[in-house]
Design a protein around this ligand. Structure first.
Ligand SMILES: [Zn+2]
Ligand SMILES: [Zn+2]
Length: 298
C-alpha cells in the first residue's frame, strides 16, 4: 500500500520526504530511462532528485556505466533539468566506487568529479581490482563468499573490519557529499551466514567508523531500496545504527537506490517514521544547488 501512504502524506497535510539522490537508470544497471525516473519522481511528489549512475570501473564488469556514454549522460541530464524545471529540481551525480586495495577511487572518477553536482561514494568490491578477478559484496552470496575465501583467509570478520576501515579512509580522504549504503555487507547475511550483527566486535567496528564519519562533512544515506532487490534485508543502515548516528549528529539523506520507477519512493514512509522515532528531526537535500536541512514529519 505504498501509494496509499504516499497519498495520505501528500493530501493529509503531513510533510513527506521530498528528495531521492540515489537513482539509477538504463545508463548502468537500472531498468528505466532518466526521463521515466524523472516523471516517476514528479508523480510521487518529490521536489528534488539526483541521478547516481555507477561510475565506470577500471576493469571489466556488467553493472556500471560504459565510459563511452558519459558525455550523453551529462547532456541528457542537462536537457531534463531544463525540460522539467517547473516541476522538479534535477541534479547530476554519480555513485563512485572506492577500492580498498587501492585505497583510492579511480583516475577516471577524479577527472569526472568537477563535472558533478554531488557525489555518492560506496564500496562494492572485495579483493584485487587489478585484473579481472575481483569479487563483489552485493552480486551473489557465492561470489561474496569466494572473495572472502580468496582474499581474507575465509575469515568474514577480517574482511568486514577491512571494509569499515575502508569506509573511514574513503570519507576522510574524499569527503563525498553522501556515503552510500554503509552496511551493504549484510545483503547476503541472512541467518547470520557470514557474521552476527549483535556481536560486540561488529558493533564496535561500526561505531568506530561512525566516529570517523562524524568528523567529516559527509552525510550518511538512509537507503530504502534493499528489500526490493533482496526481500528481508531491511534498510541500510540497520535500525540499531540510527540512534548511534543521531548521537554523533551525523547528517542524513534519504535515497531509494531506485533501479526502476516502482522503487522511486520505496519504503519512504516507514523510513521517515523510524527516523523520527530515533530522534532525527531533519534530512538533507539539494535545493537551488545547496544542501539544506528539511524537516521530517509534521
Ligand atoms: Zn551501491
Ligand atoms: Zn546504487
Amino acid at each position: 500500500m505504498a501509494w496509499y501512504n504516499q497519498f495520505m502524506l501528500i493530501f493529509g497535510g503531513i510533510k513527506m520526504i521530498q528528495a531521492n539522490f540515489h537513482i539509477h537508470s538504463e545508463y548502468c544497471d537500472g531498468q528505466n530511462t532518466l526521463e521515466e525516473m524523472t516523471k516517476a519522481g514528479i508523480a510521487a511528489g518529490l521536489k528534488s532528485i539526483g541521478f547516481a549512475s555507477h561510475m565506470p570501473l577500471p576493469f571489466k564488469n556488467d553493472w556500471t556505466m560504459d565510459e563511452a556514454k558519459l558525455s550523453h549522460y551529462f547532456e541528457e541530464i542537462s536537457d531534463l533539468k531544463e525540460k522539467y524545471a517547473s516541476s522538479i529540481e534535477i541534479y547530476c551525480g554519480m555513485e563512485i566506487d572506492y577500492f580498498i586495495d587501492r585505497q583510492d577511487i579511480s583516475e577516471l572518477a577524479k577527472e569526472i568529479l568537477p563535472k558533478l553536482d554531488y557525489t555518492i561514494m560506496s564500496i562494492h568490491t572485495i579483493g584485487s581490482t587489478y585484473g579481472n578477478e575481483v569479487s563483489y559484496i552485493d552480486d551473489t552470496r557465492e561470489d561474496f563468499a569466494r572473495g572472502i575465501k580468496n582474499y581474507y583467509d575465509n575469515q568474514p570478520q577480517q574482511f568486514i573490519e577491512a571494509y569499515y576501515k575502508g569506509i573511514g579512509e574513503m570519507v576522510l580522504r574524499h569527503q563525498p557529499d553522501v556515503l552510500g549504503h554503509i552496511d551493504l555487507i549484510k545483503k547476503y547475511n541472512q541467518e547470520n551466514f557470514f557474521f552476527d550483527e549483535n556481536d560486540f566486535w561488529y558493533q564496535e567496528t561500526v561505531k568506530k567508523c561512525l566516529d570517523t564519519i562524524a568528523e567529516t562533512r559527509t552525510r550518511m544515506e538512509i537507503n530504502t531500496g534493499a528489500n526490493m532487490r533482496v526481500p528481508g534485508v531491511g534498510r541500510y543502515p540497520s535500525d540499531w545504527m540510527i540512534p548511534e548516528m543521531e548521537k554523533r549528529k551525523i547528517q542524513i539523506t534519504v535515497g531509494g537506490d531506485s533501479h526502476s520507477v516502482e522503487g522511486i519512493v520505496n519504503e519512504y514512509n516507514e523510513a521517515e517514521m523510524f527516523l523520527l522515532s530515533c530522534g532525527y528531526k531533519e534530512y538533507w537535500m539539494l535545493k537551488k544547488g545547496r544542501w539544506e536541512a528539511q524537516a521530517l514529519g509534521v
